[in-house]
Design a protein around this ligand. Structure first.
Ligand SMILES: [Zn+2]
Length: 312
């Protein structure tokens, strides 16, 4: 049985989005509690480091990052978007949370490439997959998975990287960042229409983007069929050297932000299918990043099954 490396830092608990916001610190609290309850896999906790911003600039330009940090308030919250759609907030403790959420993936990348450790899960917040090159949105500021992909390419000359996104929302940021990049395959299954509004099948990039939009009330069986045909088959053909996962657990039937009817066990199956491809092409190397998932029970059950599947 494999072991799994978890990346986490208490700074990620300090990111506050205000009263009644779904992206709240209790998400990470319940994930950590549930990870500590797992007793049949070997789990190693790592402190998520502050990312070196020089490693972020290949994805997000310096002036974009400087602008975010300049808007961090001394008290209260500051929004980067215009009312009434503002839901992406900066609080006084945002900076280190953002830097550590991104630094987690780079440490995982180093451990894959230098130490041949295969399985990694970044238990971090804020999430990243909605962050575009120069636009924070959807609770995301820096695109954690995208920065890790670029780092793997630039530092370790990894040629082909697949990013699989099973968060119920389309990863508009990841798609936008890699839209013209054949070296990165991005595959996303997501409820459609739904926030952020992108993710139709017609958005194909340079043949490297595979979107699988699904209707609300999609059940488990249909989800797995579509995921297999529209995403996994294409990842298999691409033969990625490393697989990165944008792991959101908001396609769970309990989730308050979407209407897809997956159960906790479905995240085990989804992960097993991804692992099969990683074992074929990527020596089993996977870095999974926490994205969404807003029901605490669904989140803690599903995370356990996601990690269990990664370790088998
Ligand atoms: Zn989501």
């Amino acid at each position: 049985m494999n072991n799994i490396q978890i990346y986490y830092h208490s700074d990620c608990l300090l990111k506050n989005n205000g009263f009644n916001h779904p992206e709240r610190k209790e998400r990470l609290d319940s994930i950590l509690t549930s990870i500590k309850e797992i007793n049949n896999i070997e789990i190693k906790f790592n402190e998520a480091p502050l990312v070196n911003l020089e490693l972020v600039y290949p994805v997000h330009p310096k002036n974009y990052i400087d602008n975010i940090f300049s808007k961090i308030p001394k008290i209260g919250l500051n929004s980067l978007e215009n009312e009434p759609y503002a839901d992406t907030f900066l609080c006084p403790n945002s900076k280190n949370a953002i830097l550590r959420a991104c630094g987690a993936g780079l440490l995982a990348a180093d451990k894959i490439c230098n130490n041949s450790i295969k399985k990694h899960f970044c238990a971090v917040r804020p999430p990243g997959h909605h962050a575009e090159t120069t636009r924070a949105n959807g609770f995301c500021f820096i695109n954690n998975v995208a920065v890790t992909a670029r780092y793997l390419q630039n530092k370790y000359q990894i040629n082909r990287i697949a990013i699989i996104d099973f968060d119920v929302h389309h990863g508009n940021g990841t798609q936008e960042i890699f839209y013209n990049d054949k070296s990165i395959l991005y595959g996303s299954i997501h409820q459609f229409p739904l926030f952020p509004g992108t993710g139709s099948e017609e958005e194909t990039g340079v043949g490297n983007i595979f979107n699988a939009p699904i209707k609300k009330n999609t059940n488990s069986r249909d989800f797995h069929n579509i995921f297999e045909k529209k995403i996994l088959l294409n990842i298999d053909k691409f033969k990625p050297e490393i697989i990165l996962i944008s792991a959101g657990f908001d396609a769970h039937y309990r989730d308050p932000l979407a209407q897809i009817n997956l159960e906790s066990d479905d995240f085990y199956l989804i992960t097993k299918k991804i692992l099969e491809i990683a074992n074929l092409h990527s020596k089993g190397s996977i870095i999974s990043f926490l994205e969404g998932g807003y029901d605490l029970i669904a989140l803690s059950e599903s995370i356990k099954l996601h990690l269990k599947a990664l370790c088998e």
